[in-house]
Design a binder for this molecule. Structure first.
Ligand code: S3P
Length: 188
């Protein structure tokens, strides 16, 4: 079995998609891309500004276009926004030539990891925990349905998450071969 063209990380806000994704990419010798960060770069504005000026619909429109574009990239670990699974038309982009990984996390961990964050417009209100619970109820079945791999991240270091992910994604590639591929890419 060879590595997939792409590994796509889905899951809620605070699941650790960026932290684990960056580390996983390094381990696989892949590039790491984060769709939210690229949307911000292209737009020249941050996500709260996009939500303010264009509304959530405007942001979702940009997100769909971005996922369509990024679904063409080879050798990539892609972190997606928590709501990327909500549009059915995105599903084909997320699944194309990819292993989809659902980083599953308790509400408590999500609350803890997003507590001081000001860059997530959906959580800027009096009861972010209630929002996270409601989103979980709606989205968890969709993440689960799309996922090839479900990985629990509570009480695990990124190092452990990545080790377990590599084993699940490609159990038969010995470590020394991954190292050779990594070195090849670094020198390209
Ligand atoms: C969102 C999650 C955010 C970002 C936007 C909307 C959501 O990404 O896309 O604020 O709907 O859950 P992260 O999951 O990376 O925080």
């Amino acid at each position: 079995m060879s590595l997939p063209k792409r590994v796509v990380l889905v899951g809620p806000m605070g699941a650790g998609k960026s932290t684990n994704g960056r580390m996983l990419a390094k381990e696989l010798g892949y590039r790491f891309l984060d769709s939210d960060r690229i949307i911000e770069e292209r737009c020249g504005a941050n996500i709260p500004w996009i939500f303010d000026v264009e509304g959530e619909d405007g942001f979702r429109h940009r997100e769909t276009a971005m996922l369509a574009e990024l679904s063409e990239y080879p050798q990539t670990v892609l972190a997606t926004g928590g709501g990327a699974v909500m549009k059915e038309e995105n599903h084909a982009h997320l699944k194309r030539d990819s292993v989809v990984v659902y980083l599953k996390t308790s509400i408590e961990q999500q609350v803890e990891r997003t507590r001081r964050d000001r860059n997530r417009p959906l959580l800027q209100n009096d009861d972010p925990e209630a929002v996270l619970r409601n989103l979980f109820a709606v989205r968890d079945p969709i993440y689960s349905l799309l996922a090839d791999v479900v990985m629990f991240t509570d009480r695990k270091s990124p190092r452990l998450v990545v080790r377990q992910l590599v084993n699940r994604i490609n159990p038969r590639t010995p470590r020394h071969k991954r190292q050779i591929r990594k070195e090849g890419r670094n020198h390209a």
